[in-house]
Design a protein around this ligand. Sequence first.
Ligand SMILES: [Zn+2]
Length: 449
Amino acid sequence: MPDMTDLLLSGGRVIDPASGLDQTGDVLIRDGMVADISVSPITSDAPKLDCEGCIVSPGLLDIHVHFRDPDQAAAHEETIATGSAAAVAGGFTSVCCMPNTTPAIDSTEVVESIRSRGAAANLARVFPVACGTIGRAGETVAPILDLVESGAVAISDDGDGVADSGVMRQVLSLVAAADSVFMQHCQDPTLTRGAAMNAGPLAARLGLGGWPREAESLMLRRDLILNRSVGARYHAQHLSVAESVTTLREARAEGQAATGEASPHHLLLTEAACDGWNTMAKVNPPLRTDADVAAIKEGIAEGTITVLATDHAPHPAHAKQTDFASAAFGMVGLECALPLYREALIDDGVLDWPAMLAMMTSEPAAIAGLHHLGLGRLEVAGPADVTVIDPEAAWTIQADRFHSRGRNCPFEGRSARGRAIATLVAGRMMHQAAGPRADAAIEDAAVVR
Ligand SMILES: [Zn+2]
């Protein structure tokens, strides 16, 4: 465990989306807190990290990851420790773990065990998201008030949507009573039996079950109609189709506390990536079309979609090295999301750095209530969770160098630009890559322990 040390982050572009700060300056870290932020050089005897040419950002937050812990049966699966190492290597200082574990996160005991495993891993901050229904089975409402009380930062049955409308109304009511947020995986299961990829001519040609767009848009629309009279905070996960953006836009316009998130793969890939039965491109919800990618980008540009997550979903090799229909859904994301988002949103002129970082810091923090802990922002006397980003660092995505146990990455071999070169959690250096501006030659990003 690294000692808590003072550190002067000098001469970087300091961006704090929460306060609108975007200026070159120094940030002094002392005793795990931000001690000073100044546009003029700070005099200090603290060790100095030269951040010239780099962005000094609040630590990135990912409110949608899957660590396969607890699951005693699966020795090759991602654990909270390996997932946390992947998080800090990718620049993430806080992650929210989805509850589709074994057992599911549907009891206060499991919530507490996730929290303690996260603390023991001692890398990123790990926050559990607990189930809306027992065992995520969609039938019996979970003890939501107790789960929130014991530390669940949100409620979700992710991996499945809550299909039963009566159960969903009860879940939303309890989420509202707990002042928590429901994160919905929008998938009407009656429309996706045997489905493996986006429904359409390509699925037909490949002989694969088609996943209709309505499976997502129908559940989202139903939820937001139900929620009109309940008024819970509602968050739609990993949006994949244009109709969802329209529905979310309308609900926000009528004043609902509804938010939505995008994932890197739904911005950079389409169903075409599944051609040749490429199991690395199998994901839930599936990759869609160019028009959907454009609609999601439009939703981001106009502020309908306010969160960038990863849906980091690691799997052991054998789960992907099989026929497409049998292969597992999902792909890893934590260690490549930052440059992928840069490519999809900044290089494409959709957002600038401050706007993109807002979607990875202050916006997700507010949804999961983490702003109450001072997370997702950079302020004097706040916790020193900081990510130093070299926006121009050029590197190649190689899954075998990931800290994650998952190697299931559809972006293998892709040229990437932008990387976290230092990740600090409570002032402690949890990840450091070779120095600033180490173009092309960033050596293995070692986790400092
Ligand atoms: Zn999901």
